[in-house]
Design a binder for this molecule. Structure first.
Ligand SMILES: NC(=O)c1ccc[n+]([C@@H]2O[C@H](COP(=O)([O-])OP(=O)(O)OC[C@H]3O[C@@H](n4cnc5c(N)ncnc54)[C@H](O)[C@@H]3O)[C@@H](O)[C@H]2O)c1
Length: 261
């Protein structure tokens, strides 16, 4: 992608399905990447995989950090700023999910979801944005979800956290433009450890049948969108939410599985 070579890129949730693919993609684009995740072993595996792929030199550093912990986030940025005074791109991707009926949702589970998916994204986003605003440039891509845009049973807490991300993104974009470009990405179903933990084989098959492209997305496909949006190929994309869902949100009741309706 035009304009990515040499850029300093922070990826959160870097050890996970989409995060690890994103780190690899930006390394392949010639960026210098900082990987942040709460999973120390996952970050070690990621670093080893990058070395194996001949991309080890692109990894500038990593931080074992819980994004929901303001003290830990400040410490991670202190470490990052010792290497980089500012950063060019933030992929604000870390997130959790759990499947729970609304009537059974406990306050602790609700709070943890909002703490990680919304407050954590805010903490990392604000700290990065302060450095970018001072430097006069930057791009922040926040991880939303298709669940932010349409209702989805069993995920009230997750849906609410992601709807918050989409709205937070718009406000960040308005306040940080023109120096810093902010937008969000809203994927549909992507096959990652997050989904593997919640879906059975039968659930995967039923969901795939309802998606117009008849399959889940891959982490690499989301990573490619991140790379495009962060590059000079997308300088006029700002504030909005980019949906990447295999057509899922276009159909509703008229999706492939419901043609008789
Ligand atoms: N998989 C999907 O279908 C899908 C769809 C839409 C949006 N998303 C979003 O994409 C993002 C990545 O999801 P994924 O599918 O790759 O999941 P994943 O579980 O494979 O990866 C998530 C990563 O985030 C890390 N993480 C979780 N909580 C953290 C915290 N408090 N601090 C730091 N790191 C933390 C995990 O350790 C893990 O490495 C999430 O925000 C998720 O909500 C996923």
């Amino acid at each position: 992608m035009r304009g990515l070579r040499g850029k300093r890129v922070l990826v959160t949730g870097a050890a996970g399905g989409i995060g690890a693919a994103t780190v690899k993609r930006f390394c392949e684009e010639g960026c210098s990447v900082w990987a942040l995740d709460r999973d120390a072993a996952g970050l070690e595996s990621l670093a080893a995989a990058l070395v194996e792929a001949g991309l080890g030199a692109q990894l500038a550093g990593s931080s074992v950090t819980d994004v929901a912990d303001p003290v830990a986030v400040a410490a991670a940025f202190a470490e990052l700023h010792a290497t980089w005074p500012s950063l060019d791109v933030l992929i604000n991707n870390a997130g959790i999910s759990s499947r729970r009926r609304f009537l059974e949702l406990e306050l602790d589970e609700w709070r943890r979801m909002l703490d990680v998916n919304l407050t954590g994204l805010f903490l990392v986003g604000q700290t990065a944005a302060r450095a970018m605003a001072a430097a006069g440039s930057g791009v922040i891509v926040n991880m939303g979800s298709m669940n932010a845009l349409i209702g989805c049973p069993n995920y009230a807490h997750y849906n609410a956290s992601k709807a918050g991300v989409v709205e937070l993104t718009k406000t960040m974009a308005l306040e940080l433009a023109p120096a810093v470009r902010v937008l969000s990405v809203c994927p549909g179903a992507v096959r990652t450890p997050m989904q593997e933990a919640e879906y059975t084989a039968a659930m995967f098959a039923a969901l795939d049948a309802k998606i117009p492209l008849q399959r889940h997305g891959s982490p690499d496909e989301i990573a490619a969108l991140f790379a495009f949006l962060a590059s000079e190929e997308a300088p006029y994309v700002c504030g909005t939410s980019i949906v990447i869902d295999g057509g899922e949100s276009s159909g509703g009741l008229a999706s492939a599985a419901n043609e008789e309706l």
